[in-house]
Ligand binder design. Structure first.
Ligand code: FRU
Length: 493
């Protein structure tokens, strides 16, 4: 029988108890990474939305902190961001420390002063995020809308001036709205951005940031991130991105975007940040001037309320560093996971023997209680497939298949273990395989998740899996013609 808390991740953040969804207020300040998040302090289901809080100095180990901003009778505390107001533009500082300011969505209750309204509000902390005071003049930005939410604020400096910029959504209208402010309190409308999407979908949790192209700070690209639900590439919730420019007023999408859709997917504008089922509401850390690091909620609104994890519910993805590189003449986002150094690595390149036989072999058994990374680099003639079975015992498992002929990588979790807790959970995900000479794959295996980084992070697939039994088996398979240049298994942390 599964041990208690079989699915508690080792490396991915999850609160000790109770419900979590979106990462909020990601900020690095004075050597500490702050992860705030949508949290129900009173149960393992969505509700009583408040900002939970965890801190880390290395992005690998997290210490849960007391609830930062609790809900009350007037409002729930929906998603948003945090900034450190170094210049004390808000006036919230007391002269000793720069205030940390949370910009969150007030979701006003039925019995409140603004029934059914969503508007943007402020709270500030003068003690490194431990205790928070709500601004007496809340809300600071109210459009009278019931779907205006998820403010992401950053300090902009450019030809147009120097000021705070907020990206927020009119969720049901599928629009990102941009505003500016000198003091975080008074906001002026700048512009908005919309794109194609299914009519029933909502847009949530936008982010907007600048990245050096190919590492050159003189040539930059702006990325606009938006989470969509439903209408995600793999069904339900998903995260899209658009690349372009931002002139301090307006985000303009680059006209020539590469087609990154696998053959079966209708092509939309922009691309997908992740091709799996469980990477949503991803936003980036503020306070890291030379680095862009994102985290997402590792779940999907289709079945989030039903995942079989016990007293806690939902984990965050691994933190991912984001860069932008020119690939085949087009700028593309590259994602690199941030993980602790390997405690142990095994060279398994020869485990299947020479090419030519029908091949499968165990890579690591059992893999209980530790996070494993399997790295594979291979060349395959057009018809050769290879991949991993991850699960156990016996034939059970998620199957990850690299299929150059189909131009895709598939993750089939229909047989991955517990899948019957929700009818929408069993699924097959597909990411485009932009085949070069060599195919590179990195798979991170934690207690209830798989994260696949393809071709050095050009595409990713993130999926929850809930294997039966205590141990996870990792098995490698390859068609006779596939040449495995390297196979390495690492135990992390
Ligand atoms: C996204 C979201 C946000 C909202 C929050 C409420 O998952 O729906 O739009 O602010 O969750 O918990």
């Amino acid at each position: 029988a599964p041990t208690r808390d079989r699915y508690r991740p080792r490396l991915h953040y999850t609160p000790a108890r109770n419900w979590m969804n979106d990462p909020n207020g990601l900020i690095f300040h004075r050597g500490v990474y702050h992860l705030f998040y949508q949290h129900n302090p009173f149960g393992a289901d969505w509700g009583n939305m408040s900002w939970g809080h965890a801190t880390s100095t290395d992005l690998h180990t997290w210490a849960e902190q007391p609830v930062a901003i609790p809900c009350d009778d007037e409002e729930a505390i929906f998603s948003g961001s945090a900034v450190v107001d170094e210049r004390n533009t808000s006036g919230f500082g007391d002269g000793s420390a720069a205030p940390m300011v949370a910009v969150y969505t007030s979701a006003y209750g039925k019995e409140s002063s603004r029934p059914g309204i969503q508007a943007q509000s402020l709270a500030y902390s003068l003690d490194e995020g431990r205790t928070w005071t709500k601004y007496a003049g809340n809300p600071v930005l109210d459009r009278g809308s019931s779907d205006f939410r998820d403010p992401k604020v950053f300090w902009y400096e450019g030809p147009a001036g120097a000021y705070w910029v907020m990206a927020a959504v009119e969720a049901a209208e599928q629009r990102v709205l941009l505003y500016k402010s000198a003091d975080l309190i008074h906001w002026e409308y700048l512009s908005d951005f919309a794109a194609d999407g299914p009519p029933e979908s909502v847009w949530e949790c936008p982010d907007l940031f600048e990245l050096p192209l190919d590492g050159d700070p003189e040539r930059t690209v702006w990325a606009l991130i938006v989470s969509v639900n439903p209408g995600g590439v793999a069904g339900g919730s998903g995260t899209r991105y658009f690349l372009g420019s931002f002139d301090g007023v307006r985000f303009t999408e680059q006209s020539t975007q590469p087609s990154t859709a696998p053959p079966r997917e209708p092509s939309l504008r922009g691309s997908w940040l992740d091709w799996g089922r469980d990477y949503y509401a991803a936003v980036s850390f503020g306070g890291l001037p030379h680095r862009r690091v994102m985290m997402g909620w590792m779940n999907n609104w289709d079945y989030a309320a039903a995942t079989p994890t016990g007293v806690w519910r939902s984990a965050m993805s691994l933190p991912r560093e984001i860069t932008v590189r020119t690939v085949n003449g087009h700028p593309r986002l590259i994602q690199t996971p941030i993980v602790p150094p390997a405690a142990q690595t095994t060279d398994a390149t020869e485990v299947l023997g020479a090419a030519g036989s029908g091949r499968r072999a165990a890579l690591a058994t059992p893999a209980h209680g530790k996070v494993h990374r399997v790295s594979i680099s291979a060349t395959a003639p057009a018809a050769g497939t290879f991949g991993l079975r991850i699960g156990g015992p016996g034939a059970e498992g998620a199957r990850l298949t690299v299929d150059p002929a189909a131009g895709e990588i598939r993750l089939d979790r229909r047989g991955s273990g517990r899948v019957d807790f929700h009818q929408d959970f069993p699924s097959i995900e597909r990411a485009p395989l932009e085949a070069g000479e060599r195919m590179d794959l990195e798979v991170y295996i934690d207690a209830c998740s798989l994260e696949v980084f393809i071709q050095g992070g050009l595409a990713t697939i993130t999926d929850l899996v809930f294997p039966h039994g205590r141990d996870t088996e990792i098995e490698l398979f390859a068609d006779p013609s596939v040449v495995l240049a390297t196979v390495e298994v690492a135990v992390l942390g």
